[in-house]
Design a protein around this ligand. Sequence first.
Ligand SMILES: C[S@@+](CC[C@H](N)C(=O)[O-])C[C@H]1O[C@@H](n2cnc3c(N)ncnc32)[C@H](O)[C@@H]1O
Length: 235
Amino acid sequence: MITAKEARERALSFLSQQGLEREFIENASVTVDRAEKLIEISREKKPQKILEIGTFVGVSTAVLGLCLPEAQIVCVDADFPVEFQNVLCLKQFEIKNHQQTNLYFVEQLLKHFGILKRFTLKRGFFSCCLANKQELDKAASYGIKLEDRAIIGPEVCEEYGAFDLAFLDGDHRKEAVKQDLMLLSGYIKSGGAIVLDDVGLDYWGREVRQGVEEFLQEHPQKEFKIEGQIGSISI
Ligand SMILES: C[S@@+](CC[C@H](N)C(=O)[O-])C[C@H]1O[C@@H](n2cnc3c(N)ncnc32)[C@H](O)[C@@H]1O
């Protein structure tokens, strides 16, 4: 059985061969230890149906697909041009122009591994678009209107749910995390789990934790566990 580390490395080397700068991709994708924890939790649940929110160029997507060969996986991403991630990021990278959008690379990657048929790729915001004025301005000067992208989570959950497992790695703002969890939690089967990336002690980790805490205030019976940078909510 392939390990999460091997799967991640295979994804990164394919994406690098496609011309994406490795350091840039790695900055916004799961690290080895997070990929390992994600797969450890996921394998325990033996999921048949998974929902992933936030694919970027597909590193975590490929890890899930390669390590869980029985699972059908639905993925949602806002899907802007890859280079736009560099416009929004706090840390800027020297990258070439990448006009193709995130899901273009996800599709190439999954085709390369021969696992695309187990995936459904959906473009749009999951539960909300909470971009602030600075981000809207940056997007507008880049020629993108963020607010034009549809919110598709409710229809995706209705059409493809309920899921055994969800991996939430989209908008890390606390209000977005809370709204995503409010929507998601209604579509996870009993005994399933929502796994969250970035629950550490840095700026984004604190935002994600606060979003979870606000969600838990309204769902006090749910249990939240933190293991390094990966969190999980049992449903
Ligand atoms: C940190 S990256 C995901 C990295 C990926 N899970 C990995 O580890 O390889 C976050 C992604 O979430 C997407 N995103 C941000 N806000 C979103 C939202 N509200 N709905 C869906 N996708 C969103 C962005 O387009 C970006 O590709």
